[in-house]
Design a protein around this ligand. Structure first.
Ligand SMILES: C[S@@+](CC[C@H](N)C(=O)[O-])C[C@H]1O[C@@H](n2cnc3c(N)ncnc32)[C@H](O)[C@@H]1O
Length: 263
């Protein structure tokens, strides 16, 4: 099994609600009813704001029917998304996360959500999506795999479809921490020894964080005809990130205000 998948399976089995947020208030699988409610309500508020941003900056008529949530985890965003859309497809590398997401859908009586561990398991004739979404996921993929995933996600979008992909592009870690991080990722057993140094069990898997080169991302978006772009910055502990909002719409293909030849 590939390392990333193995690590996320373990996170999903041991403490899924904590690992999808890394918020200590969710650190314990037996969440009380109130904490569970808070978990989904905060995602609901997030989606309200997200839709508002899209309607203000990209598409005033935004009201997606078919949505795709990449790296859906336990369904934190997938579930409130399913209340707003006719159909939602959630993909996550970890079966253990998907099992919890399915349980949550059942508890909330939702039958318009499907899950898979792979993007490519969609049949080619499947109806395209009008919204693709991913938050706190691409940062955990190596850049090459992440960029490939971005192209796959854009390919799932209909013409005029909208995307919001979050990723990180800069870490504020000290050089010493960056070196330790690199050794943890690339040198066998180093992560375990580092865990012990920090007083944690040897077996806690590596929580990978990767910086994306924004120039390469912008090229992908351009090549895939996502010319309509809006960016919001994020800062999460020591990581700078961006939320890239885009519409698959070529410049000159409709309601763009052309700048003509820029003087
Ligand atoms: C920090 S969690 C975020 C989950 C969810 N997006 C949320 O905000 O609640 C990252 C999720 O990405 C999933 N993931 C990691 N690598 C992945 C990959 N290569 N393909 C699909 N999902 C992946 C993990 O299993 C995990 O559920």
């Amino acid at each position: 099994m590939e390392t990333g998948k193995r690590n996320w399976e373990k996170f999903g089995k041991e403490d899924p609600y904590y690992w999808v947020t890394t918020d200590s208030k969710y650190k314990d699988c037996d969440l009380t009813e109130d904490v569970r409610k808070d978990f989904f309500e905060s995602a609901d508020k997030y989606l309200d704001s997200l839709f508002q941003v899209i309607r203000t900056h990209l598409d005033p008529t935004f009201s997606p029917q078919r949505a795709f949530d990449f790296g859906c985890g336990v369904g934190r965003i997938t579930i409130p998304l399913a209340r707003r859309c006719r159909y939602v497809f959630g993909v996550d590398v970890a079966e253990s996360m998907i099992a919890e997401a399915r349980k949550n859908c059942k508890e909330q009586s939702l039958d318009n959500v499907q899950f898979s561990t792979q993007i490519k398991s969609l049949s080619p004739d499947v109806e395209a999506f009008d919204f693709v979404h991913s938050i706190y996921v691409l940062q955990h993929l190596r850049v090459k795999q992440g960029l490939h995933t971005v192209t796959q996600l854009i390919d799932l979008l209909k013409e005029n479809g909208t995307g919001m992909l979050h990723l990180t592009y800069h870490s504020h870690k000290t050089m010493k921490k960056k070196i330790i991080y690199w050794l943890c990722v690339h040198v066998p057993l180093f992560n375990g020894l580092n865990n012990i140094r920090k007083g944690k069990p040897f077996s806690v898997p590596m929580y990978e964080m990767n910086d994306y080169p924004l120039n390469r991302l912008f090229r992908v978006l351009r090549q895939k005809q996502c010319d309509h772009l809006y960016v919001r910055y994020t800062r999460d502990s020591s990581y700078d990130g961006v939320m890239l909002f885009f519409q698959k719409k070529r410049a000159g293909s409709g309601d763009f205000i052309s700048l003509g030849d820029v003087p």
